[in-house]
Design a protein around this ligand. Structure first.
Ligand code: NDP
Ligand code: AKG
Ligand code: MG
Length: 736
C-alpha cells in the first residue's frame, strides 16, 4: 500500500481540506493509495503537549513530532498545507477557546516565576511562532509558478496599481548597529561543541546556552541589534514620516523570527507612543502591558484601570496619534493599525501587497496613501527598496508580459536564521557575549549593552551541498540563468560564497549562466530581465527564500497560493507544500459571515500532483502517475475555464472549484487509454458529475449569503464544519 500523508492545519486551508480531501480519497482509492491525515493545527499542537492536564479521552498524539521523524525517512510523502505560526495573541485566543470547550489546559504564563509555570511556558513557547515548518523541512526548497499558471496570468492579468516616479513611498532601514552591520561569521574546521556566555562589566559570567554540538563544516554567525541604535532609528523615522506626510508602517516577521522580531515590534510601539510610556510606564507595567505583543495588548489591558486613569491614558494615546505621523492600517473600518498585532503584518506578504498597490497602504480614512516602510535590519531590506526604485523608474510590472522568478532556497535542517530562536537573547546588562568552543577557545565575541538583541545562527554543510546541487539541477532543467543572492560584504554570505564556489566544481556547469550577486544587484538584474519577459532563478538563503517566494509570485500571478512548492527531502522522501502563502484569516472571516470561501486550492492541486508523481516512482505505481498526469490536465482545464473561486458571495467559491476539479479529473481519467481499469471506473463517474453539474453548482451557491456556525475558530465542531464544507447532497452521493 502506498501512503500519502495529508496535513490538517488551520483557518482557510483546513476549511478547504474538508471539501477537497473526500474527493482525493475517492479518486485514489482504487489505485492502492492510502491517504492518511495528521493534525498539526495550532489546537492539536497545544493539546498534544499537555496530556497531563487532559482526560484520557481528550488526549491526542503529537502528530508534528511523528511527521518530523517521518520527514527524515525515504518513504515520506507529505502534503503540507499552510498553518498558523502563532503570535502570543493568537496562542492565547486558541487556549481560551480550547478551555471553553472543556479542555483544562493551563493559561499562558506571561511571567513564569516558579518551576511549574516555567514548565508550562516552555511547552507553549515551543508551539509559538513558526514551529511547524522548520520541523518538517528536512530538505531545501524548490518553488516556482507552473507554466499553466503563468499562461493563465498572462491571459487573465490580476490588477496592478500604477507606479508614478514621484511616489514618496520608500523603505527605511538602519545604516549601522543592526544585525547586518554587526555580523561575524566563520566555518568550523572540525566538529566541536560550543556554549554561549554573557560576561557583565564586573566579569560575572552567565551561560546563555549551555554546551551543544556543531558539525564539521558548519557555518556559524553571531550578531546583534543595538537597542540604542534601534531606538534612535525609530525616532528619526517616525519624525520623518510625519514631516514628509507619508504613512508610517512597520514590516517584520514576528512569527518566524519569534524571539527577535516581537522585541523590535515592541520598541516601535513604545516609541510611537513615547508620551504614553514616559508618563504612564509604571502603571502600564503594573497591569502587565507587554507591547511586544502589539499596541493591541495595551488596549486590552486598559479596562482593568480605574476610569479616571483610563481616560487620562486614552487622551495621551489620542495625542500620540494626533501629533505623530498617520499610521498604515490593517483594517481602517475597525481602526486596527499596523502596530496593533505583530502577526497582522508579515513582511513576506505585506511588502509585495504594497508594491502591487502602487506602493501604497490604507490610511485611517480607508484611502490609499504613499508609505514609509520601516524594516529596521538592513540585511534584506535592500531588495524591497531596489524593487520600489525599479517601479518608480519603469512603472508597475505587467503580468501579461513579465517573466518569472523561480526560487531555490536553502532551508534544510533549520538553516540560517530559521534555527536561531534558541540562540537569540535580549541582553540583560552591558558586557560581552562570547561563543566558546569545547577547548575554551573564543570563536566569536561581541560587546553588548543592556537591551541589545544578540543572536547566533548555524547552517550545516550537508544542506548547503544539497542546495547547490538543486540550483544546478533547476538551472539545467529549465535552461534558465540562476543567481545566488549573496553579498560578499556580509560576513555570513562571505562564508557561504566560499562553499558555493567549491561545490559548484562538483558539477558540469558548461553552458549554464550561474552568478553570485549581492541581493540589491540581484534584484536589479532580475527585475530588468523580468520586465523584458525573461526568467531568472533566484538561489537564496532562507530569509530571502521566504521573501522572494511571495514577492515575485504576487507580482507575477497575483498570489503565492498558485506556486508549486516542492521540498525534496534530503533522505529521499518528498514534502509537498501547497502554495507559498499563509492561512488567510480574512477568508475565514468572510466564510463565517457569508458562507463564501474564496480560498484558492490551486496550490493543493499542484502539490497533490507532484506527490502522486513522487509516489509513482518511489513505489513503482504506474496508476499513481496516471492520476498525477490527469490531475495536472484537470488543473490546467480549471484555469482555462476560469473555475477558480470568486471573491464574491453567491458565485463559485472554494467548494465549487473543487467540484470542477473533480469533474475535469474524472473526465481526464475517463479519456486516457493507458489504464483500462481507471478508464472503466471513471467513465460513469465523469458522466454523473457532468450530468449533475447544474444541480451541484446551484446546491453549492444557494447556501451562500448567510452566516455559518461552526462552533470554534481553532477547533471547530467537526460535524458542523464538515457539513458546512460539503453542502451538496448530489456531489456527496456521487463521491460515496
Ligand atoms: N507555509 C505556512 O505555513 C505559512 C503560514 N503563514 C501563516 O498564515 C497566517 C497569515 O499570514 P499572511 O502573511 O497574512 O498571509 P496570507 O497568505 O494568509 O494572506 C495574504 C493574502 O494573500 C491572499 N491569499 C493567500 N493565500 C490565498 C489562497 N490560497 N487563495 C486566495 N488568496 C490567497 C489573500 O488575499 P485576499 O485578501 O486578496 O484574498 C490573503 O489575505 C499567519 O498565521 C502566518 O504565520 C504564512 C505564510 C506561510
Ligand atoms: O513558517 C512560517 O511561519 C512561515 C513560512 C513562510 O512564510 C514561508 O515558508 O514562505
Ligand atoms: Mg513566506
Amino acid at each position: 500500500m502506498s501512503k500519502i500523508i495529508y496535513t490538517k492545519t488551520d483557518e482557510a486551508p483546513v476549511l478547504a481540506t474538508r471539501s477537497f480531501l473526500p474527493i482525493v480519497k475517492a479518486f485514489v482509492k482504487s489505485s492502492g493509495i492510502q491517504i492518511e491525515t495528521k493534525d498539526i493545527s495550532l489546537a492539536a499542537r497545544i493539546l498534544a503537549v499537555f496530556p497531563d492536564f487532559l482526560n484520557e479521552d481528550q488526549r491526542v498524539s503529537d502528530d508534528l513530532a511523528i511527521l518530523g521523524e517521518l520527514a527524515k525517512s525515504p518513504v515520506a510523502n507529505i502534503i503540507k498545507l499552510p498553518n498558523i505560526s502563532a503570535s502570543i495573541p493568537q496562542l492565547k485566543a486558541a487556549i481560551k477557546e480550547l478551555q471553553s470547550q472543556g479542555f483544562a489546559i493551563p493559561n499562558y504564563p506571561d511571567e513564569a516565576s516558579n518551576d511549574a509555570d516555567k514548565d508550562i511556558k516552555s511547552r507553549y513557547d515551543k508551539i509559538k511562532g513558526s514551529a511547524v515548518n522548520p520541523v518538517l523541512r528536512e530538505g531545501n526548497s524548490d518553488r516556482r509558478a507552473p507554466k499553466a499558471v503563468k499562461n493563465y496570468a498572462k491571459k487573465n492579468p490580476h490588477s496592478m496599481g500604477a507606479w508614478s516616479s514621484d511616489s514618496k513611498t520608500h523603505v527605511a532601514t538602519m545604516e549601522s548597529g543592526d544585525f547586518f552591520h554587526n555580523e561575524k561569521s566563520l566555518t568550523l574546521p572540525e566538529a566541536t561543541s560550543i556554549k554561549i556566555v554573557h560576561t557583565d562589566s564586573n566579569g560575572t559570567d552567565t551561560v546563555l546556552k549551555d554546551s551543544f554540538k556543531l558539525l564539521k563544516g558548519e557555518i556559524i554567525d553571531a550578531t546583534l541589534l543595538s537597542k540604542s541604535a534601534l531606538v534612535s532609528f525609530l525616532e528619526t523615522q517616525i519624525a520623518d514620516a510625519k514631516a514628509s506626510g507619508v504613512l508610517f508602517s512597520l514590516h517584520m516577521k514576528a512569527t518566524m523570527m519569534k524571539v527577535s522580531d516581537p522585541i523590535i515590534f515592541g520598541y516601535a510601539v513604545k516609541i510611537f507612543f513615547k508620551n504614553v510610556f514616559e508618563k504612564h510606564g509604571e502603571t502600564l507595567e503594573k497591569i502587565g502591558v507587554d507591547v511586544n505583543n502589539g499596541f493591541g495588548n495595551l488596549l486590552e489591558k486598559l479596562p482593568s484601570l480605574p476610569e479616571a486613569k483610563r481616560n487620562e491614558i486614552q487622551a495621551d494615546i489620542d495625542a500620540a496619534f494626533k501629533n505623530g505621523p498617520a499610521v498604515a492600517m490593517v483594517n481602517s473600518d475597525k481602526g486596527i493599525t499596523n502596530l496593533h498585532v505583530p502577526s497582522d503584518v508579515i513582511i513576506d506578504a505585506s511588502m509585495p501587497a504594497m508594491i502591487r498597490t502602487s506602493g501604497q497602504m490604507y490610511n485611517a480614512a480607508g484611502k490609499l496613501q504613499d508609505t514609509k516602510a520601516v524594516i529596521p535590519d538592513s540585511s534584506y531590506a535592500g531588495i524591497y527598496s531596489a524593487t520600489i526604485d525599479f517601479c518608480k523608474k519603469h512603472g508597475a510590472f505587467d503580468p501579461t508580459s513579465m517573466g518569472t522568478v523561480p526560487n531555490v532556497g536553502l532551508m534544510a535542517q533549520k538553516a540560517e536564521e530559521y534555527g536561531s530562536h534558541d540562540k537569540t537573547f535580549e541582553i540583560a546588562s552591558n558586557g560581552t557575549v562570547t561563543v566558546i568552543d569545547a577547548s575554551g577557545y573564543t570563536l566569536l565575541t561581541h560587546k553588548v549593552e543592556a537591551g541589545d538583541i544578540w543572536r547566533m545562527c548555524q547552517t550545516k554543510d550537508a544542506p548547503i551541498q544539497d542546495w547547490v546541487k538543486l540550483a544546478v539541477t533547476r538551472a539545467k532543467a529549465s535552461e534558465t540563468p540562476a543567481v545566488f543572492w549573496l553579498d560578499e560584504n556580509r560576513a555570513h554570505d562571505a562564508e557561504l560564497i566560499k562553499k558555493v564556489k567549491t561545490y559548484l566544481k562538483d558539477y558540469d556547469t558548461t553552458g549554464l549562466d550561474l552568478r553570485i550577486l549581492s541581493p540589491i544587484d540581484a534584484t536589479l538584474f532580475t527585475c530588468e530581465r523580468l520586465k523584458d519577459g525573461k526568467d531568472t532563478i533566484s538561489v537564496s538563503g532562507n530569509v530571502l527564500r521566504d521573501y522572494l517566494t511571495d514577492l515575485f509570485p504576487i507580482l507575477e500571478v497575483g498570489t503565492s497560493a498558485k506556486m508549486l512548492s516542492i521540498v525534496p527531502l534530503m533522505n529521499g522522501g518528498g514534502l509537498f507544500e501547497t502554495g507559498a502563502g499563509g492561512s488567510a484569516p480574512k477568508h475565514v472571516e468572510q466564510f463565517l459571515s457569508e458562507n463564501h470561501l474564496r480560498w484558492d486550492s490551486l496550490g493543493e492541486f499542484l502539490a497533490l500532483a507532484v506527490s502522486l508523481e513522487h509516489l509513482a516512482s518511489a513505489n513503482n505505481n504506474p496508476k499513481s502517475q496516471i492520476l498525477a498526469d490527469t490531475l495536472d490536465d484537470a488543473t490546467g482545464k480549471l484555469l482555462d475555464t476560469g473555475k477558480t473561486p470568486s471573491r464574491l458571495v453567491g458565485e463559485l467559491d472554494n467548494r465549487g472549484s473543487h467540484f470542477y476539479l473533480a469533474l475535469y479529473w474524472a473526465q481526464a481519467l475517463a479519456y486516457q487509454t493507458k489504464d483500462a481499469d481507471l478508464k472503466a471506473e471513471f467513465e460513469p463517474i465523469a458522466k454523473q458529475l457532468s450530468d449533475n453539474e447544474a444541480t451541484i453548482v446551484s446546491e453549492l451557491n444557494q447556501i451562500q449569503g448567510k452566516p455559518v456556525t461552526i462552533d470554534g475558530y481553532y477547533k471547530p465542531n467537526e460535524t458542523l464544519v464538515n457539513n458546512a464544507m460539503r453542502p451538496s447532497k448530489t456531489l456527496n452521493s456521487i463521491l460515496n
